[in-house]
Ligand binder design. Structure first.
Ligand code: HEC
Length: 271
């Protein structure tokens, strides 16, 4: 008995030294262009799935067929998620192609059959994957908006996607919104120059829906966060003074030549 214990202790010590050596001598390649071996990948994805399943099982799912919720989710998705998770008509981006693990194409996957799990993932993010914890800047109702939108997403074509995103309030979730790219000062003097935006793709217009209007202070933003979606007509959302702004050249988006606007009119773009 004593001998077995000694052997086990010695084996444990050797394993610890080998483990420390593996770490110290940099044997593990953390490069995102070096995929995990199959057993490591299987271990990590099982740990991920179980972690999410356990944490999301008691989440109560609201009515996801609510039009206002879906519309609001479309604007936020188009501003914050499209670069990694794509959209109908957007095949791949530098970001989506270069991340490891690769972000799934949510225009095909939707909520993956489990809205509660999707909500948990969007709110808390997933460590070491590039999936951010959006709960740090968004209150729950806005996250549910994106879940509701994601549920519809696989059924939308590029035109329907664009129409829904254009008719939403753009990037708006009651405060904490920021630009994905730093365009500080770039749009100065453009207030009211709506026609300038018509050279750009849909994302620019959608993102700009909340841009260039009166800036709201954070006190108001918090007020909105406390009672989201209660009386939020597109006009209300439109005037929120959020800062979503994308350069059409860097933001991937379905850019049909002709696409419908919120007012139902169709414009044909030069490019
Ligand atoms: C910087 C890239 C990036 C951005 C931006 C991003 N995600 Fe993700 N997301 C990921 C990655 C990577 C994964 C996969 C993680 C994994 O494999 O465990 C993921 C996973 C997910 C999943 C789980 C999909 C599934 O069923 O496996 C959902 C849902 C999701 N993201 C929603 C969103 C939403 C909504 C937004 C915008 C608010 C967003 N993501 C923005 C990178 C991103």
């Amino acid at each position: 008995m004593k001998r077995t214990l000694k052997t086990l202790t010695a084996a444990g010590a050797v394993a610890a030294i080998v483990g420390a050596g593996v770490v110290y001598f940099g044997v593990i390649n953390v490069g995102a262009d070096d995929p995990h071996s199959e057993p490591v990948y299987a271990l990590l994805s099982t740990a991920r799935d179980r972690s999410i399943a356990v944490r999301s099982r008691d989440i109560e799912v609201p009515d996801l067929s609510d039009e206002t919720l879906i519309r609001a989710g479309a604007g936020n998705y188009n501003s914050m998620c499209i670069g990694c998770h794509l959209a109908p008509g957007v095949a791949g981006t530098e970001l989506s192609n270069s991340l490891y693990p690769a972000p799934p194409n949510l225009s095909k996957l939707g909520v993956d059959g489990n809205p509660a799990a999707a909500f948990w993932i969007i709110k808390h993010g997933i460590k070491s994957t590039g999936m951010p914890a959006w709960g740090k800047s968004m209150a729950d109702p806005y996250i549910w908006g994106m879940v509701a939108f994601l549920k519809q997403l696989p059924t939308l074509n590029a035109e329907q996607y664009t129409a829904l995103a254009v008719s939403s309030g753009g990037h708006q979730h009651g405060g904490g919104e920021s630009k994905m790219h730093n365009h500080e000062g770039e749009h100065e003097g453009q207030k009211g120059a709506a026609s300038a935006h018509h050279d750009a793709g849909a994302a620019e217009e959608v993102a700009d829906a909340g841009d260039h209007h009166d800036e709201r202070n954070s006190a108001h933003a918090h007020e909105v966060a406390a009672a989201p979606f209660q009386d939020e007509s597109p006009e209300h959302a439109h005037s929120q003074g959020t800062e979503a702004s994308h350069d059409a050249s860097t933001t991937p988006v379905a850019q049909p030549q002709t696409h419908p606007h919120a007012d139902g009119k169709e414009h044909t773009h030069a490019k």
